[in-house]
Write a protein that binds this ligand. Structure first.
Ligand code: SF4
Length: 917
């Protein structure tokens, strides 16, 4: 516990912590010392000199933001002398400032304007001449998301510090001298710099020097804003809390809320990528396909027609002929209703969602090793890890705000980062070691690290003896994985492997971070279990800032799994073949339930082609871009008799539907998402639904009623109450607690439980942790003469999933407009390919035409394609071969060929610049 002490400010007695920041203490106690360069989330700068005070026993004026509290300090915060010095300082700042308040978007929201008013320093009251009036000051309007105007900059450095200290980037600095001093983005235009548009500088700027571009088409001042609502970001699994400003029914501004898990941070998508919500392309009315054409109909007609068609198919072919696909984009409450609908109305367990395509192997693997298939620790704990091992996760692009925690751990806490990746990702810059493995060889290097750890006797034997089982089996299996053998298969030099093993095993607190580079393989479950082995061998599990942390991709993929949108479990992972669970849900839902596991999405495609699945009800998914082997997906979706889609936009998949229902977006409904760290977060309605769109749970409920099953939820509250009553891990995460601002992590078994920050303390969920002895199985498709390259797919920072939302925003396509393939310099030279050339990439399943980007990011013999772009969908090429346990496809490895189609030197510069970010 920090020591408490008493200080005196202007005679007022104040209790404070020893070492606390004096200015912060004063402000917290209602003593309004003026300040400009200070920000509570940043280290003090002491540059503006507005916060000067007198401290008894110290000479001169002290900038209170740079003073730490000491026993019995006596401080003068206000007297005539201090106020006069402040006024003079402020006047000097104002003489260097362009008072364009009349046309400034920060009018009414400017800390300099507030102080000018407070000290009565209007233009006519000033004695100093303006230095900027007739000076041409530096400005930079090149960024897609922000504008910089040096004439309004007071050089407080808050933006510089926010960029480095909060985001861990360090792109910004001060440049120039005197009147020409300005903020500089890496000595080049903002647009071509390393700035990735996160906007932390915009949020930290106290004046109108750095402002957001009017991305919603409206210039916004504080006084114009009609309301602000805090909600959860609809993009990735970090679950950033966003404070969203509204004018009319339009989102006009987004700021990071100062709350867990992001504490004001966001990435470019969360801050500048929400204008998709009211794009004209939104689906606004139900559509029914007649003679190949969609026609708009009333809700009643669409609901009746859909219910009737589904009932006919069920009666004709039996209940096994129907399948539901739920959505990681939807609320917990919606996923719960969708899976309940399938189980009670379709009368089967044919319910799945896109977790099958990203982390099914995590759910299966970690559940077997530890008893629980989720992130073991919390995002904020990463900053206190001694070692962070990152594998199969391009964290900066996929979970940008989590990457800031990793960067901060390195920059401010001396953490060591080990990156084990085939591709040179951004975090390599922050790493102690980068092990460049060959795609698909994860089991080999993990077994190799365990081999080194056991040979050097640096394992945690006490942990192994007390908390695990099956260690001897593992020990036998890893014997052959010597560093030399590992190098042969993975390409990782022996010395690097040994060093990595020593660093990881030597840490007091070591975290493993992984994502789809580990899971999306035909041996994805083996990869996950192997990482669990590594953590248990060193005892780096069940304690703070350690653990095995799968980063879940979409905003609510964790919640969709938790609420039962899976074919083998009810909500809370209660098995459908467990008679107790079956009885419990039958009693609650009032109908008999099937105890037979249902189909996965990947199996659904085959069964549709075989004619066993006749109707698919698909909510918020776009498999025509997201699923492997798209020709196969098209064949499957075209084979069924009836396809229903619910979505916010028309997509490549809705084109194939028989009925389309317009869904309300995240901004138009209330409920909850569960982020990657098991934290249940509020989703609050911001605007009225666009057109006639409705929440997904409402649409499903209406269909259920028409098919003879009564659902009568009046709001998301009723649904959450039912989830609480049937899902032990969510029992204490009630509507009232969420409304009171609690952001709880499951398991939270009762209303007085504080939630669980990290799992497996003292005991694994399943009792003892199980080691699995796993041998390497190569990927199913390896390079050949006809297909000599290895293709891997993934995301880029500026787009999300199938691009349905991000590609409709104003800002994000300005960073990355369309599809491209990364090719290694050496391969490109041999093939005569330059950046910007048009190339054909083909695999055994299809071909696509796209732009080449020549780079050393990918290894010789490897290529990488982002999967967001339907016009050159990477998934035309990927292999739909499955992991036998988790049924996840092998997105990350397939063999392909590249040929040059057209030279296009004009594009070269643009592509190279996109790739440098
Ligand atoms: Fe949204 Fe993820 Fe970006 Fe946070 S990091 S703003 S949750 S996309």
């Amino acid at each position: 516990m920090p020591d408490t002490t008493t200080i005196y400010i202007d005679g007022k007695e104040i209790k404070a912590q020893k070492g606390e920041n004096l200015l912060n203490v004063a402000l917290k106690n209602g003593i309004s010392i003026p300040n400009l360069c200070y920000h509570k989330n940043l280290s003090p700068t002491g540059a503006c000199r507005m916060c000067i005070v007198k401290v008894e026993g110290m000479r001169g004026y002290m900038a209170s933001c740079t003073v730490n509290i000491n026993d019995g300090m006596k401080i003068t915060a206000f007297d005539d002398e201090l106020e006069q010095v402040r006024k003079t300082t402020l006047e000097m700042l104002l003489s260097n400032h362009n008072d364009d308040c009349i046309n400034c978007t920060r009018d009414g929201d400017c800390e300099l304007q507030d102080l000018a008013f407070r000290y009565d320093l209007g233009k006519s009251q000033r004695t100093l001449k303006s230095l900027v009036e007739n000076t041409e000051c530096y400005n930079d309007l090149s960024s897609p998301v922000l504008d910089y105007d040096a004439s309004k900059c007071i050089q407080c450095e808050r933006c510089v510090k926010a960029c480095y200290e909060m985001q861990g980037k360090g792109v910004l600095s001060l440049a120039g001298r005197g009147i020409n001093t300005h903020i500089n983005a890496g000595w080049q235009e903002w647009k071509t710099s390393e700035c990735d548009g996160c906007g932390q500088c915009v949020q930290s700027c106290p004046t109108g020097a750095i402002v957001q571009k009017p991305i919603s088409g409206i210039r916004v001042r504080k006084k114009d804003i009609e309301k602000k609502v805090t909600t959860t970001c609809p993009y990735c699994g970090v679950g950033c809390q966003l404070e969203i400003s509204i004018i009319g029914n339009k989102i006009v501004k987004v700021e990071g809320a100062d709350e867990i898990p992001n504490f004001t941070k966001t990435c470019v998508k969360g801050r500048f990528g929400l204008d998709f919500v009211d794009r004209p392309e939104r689906l606004k009315k139900p559509l029914i396909k007649l003679n190949g054409e969609f026609i708009e109909v009333e809700w009643e007609e669409a609901l009746n027609y859909t219910a009737q068609k589904l009932t006919e198919i069920k009666n004709k072919y039996g209940s096994q002929a129907l399948m539901g696909v739920s959505s990681a984009r939807c609320l917990n409450e919606e996923n719960y209703v969708i899976q309940k609908f399938v189980r009670t109305v379709f009368e089967n367990n044919n319910i799945d969602h896109c977790a099958r395509l990203c982390h099914a192997s995590t759910v299966a693997g970690l559940a077997n090793s530890f008893g629980s298939g989720a992130m073991t620790n919390s995002i904020e704990e990463l900053e206190q890890s001694d070692v962070i091992l990152i594998t199969g996760s391009n964290t900066t692009e996929t979970h940008p705000v989590i990457a800031t925690h990793i960067k901060r751990a390195v920059l401010f806490n001396n953490a060591k980062v080990i990156v084990i990746e085939p591709r040179k990702i951004d975090l390599v810059k922050y790493s102690t070691l980068w092990l460049q493995e060959k795609n698909g060889t994860d089991v080999v290097w993990i077994n190799g690290m365990i081999n080194v750890i056991l040979n050097e006797n640096i394992q945690n034997q006490k942990f192994i003896d007390e908390r695990t089982e099956n260690f001897n089996e593992l020990k036998k299996t890893v014997e052959k994985y010597t560093p030399e053998y590992v190098e042969e298969i993975t390409g990782i030099p022996t010395e690097q492997l040994i060093q990595a093993a020593r660093i990881y095993a030597g840490a007091q607190k070591a975290s493993i971070i992984y994502s789809m580079g580990i899971t999306q393989h035909s041996h994805g479950t083996d990869n996950v279990k192997s990482l669990a082995n590594l953590a248990m061998v060193t005892g780096n599990i069940g304690k703070k800032s350690s653990g095995v942390n799968p980063l879940r991709g979409q905003n609510n993929v964790q919640g969709a799994c938790d609420t039962g949108a899976l074919p083998n479990v009810y909500p809370g992972y209660q098995k459908v073949d467990d008679p107790n669970a079956q009885e419990k849900f039958e009693k609650a839902w009032g109908v008999p339930l099937s105890n037979k596991f249902g189909l996965t999405i990947t199996e659904m495609m085959d069964k549709a082609i075989d004619g066993e699945i006749k109707a698919i009800y698909l909510v918020g998914e776009n498999p025509m871009v997201s699923d492997p082997n798209i020709s196969h997906v098209r064949e499957a979706l075209e084979s069924v008799e009836f396809l229903v889609c619910q979505d916010i936009f028309p997509t490549e998949t809705t084109e194939l539907a028989d009925v389309i229902f317009p869904s309300a977006s995240f901004a138009e409904k209330d409920g909850t998402y569960t982020n990657t760290e098991r934290r249940v977060l509020p989703v609050n309605k911001i605007i009225e639904p666009i057109g006639e769109s409705k929440p997904d749970w409402w649409i499903i409920q209406e269909i259920a009623k028409r098919m003879g099953y009564e659902m009568n939820y009046s709001s998301h509250k009723d649904i959450l109450a039912e989830i609480n009553s049937l899902t032990p891990s969510y029992a204490g995460i009630t509507y009232d607690r969420i409304m009171q601002g609690e952001k709880l992590q499951w398991p939270c078994p009762s209303i007085d439980h504080p939630g669980t920050k990290y799992l497996h303390k003292d005991k694994f969920t399943k009792g003892k942790g199980t080691f699995f002895a796993i041998d390497y199985i190569p990927s199913k498709e390896i390079p050949s003469k006809d297909y000599p390259f290895v293709l891997s797919t993934g995301r880029v920072l500026y787009h999300y999933h199938t691009g349905t939302m991000t590609r409709k925003t104003k800002a994000l396509p300005q960073y990355v407009e369309g599809p491209y393939v990364e090719i290694n310099d050496t391969n490109a030279q041999n093939l005569g390919i330059e950046s910007g050339d048009t190339v054909k990439v083909s695999s055994r399943r299809g071909k696509i035409i796209l732009q080449a980007v020549v780079t050393d990011k990918v290894a010789i013999g490897s290529v990488f394609i982002p999967f967001h772009f339907a016009e050159a969908a990477a998934n035309m090429l990927t292999n739909n071969v499955l992991d036998p346990v988790a049924k996840i496809p092998e997105f990350k490895v397939c063999a392909c060929q590249i040929e040059k189609v057209i030279s296009n030197p004009e594009k070269a510069k643009i592509c190279a610049c996109q790739m440098e970010k």
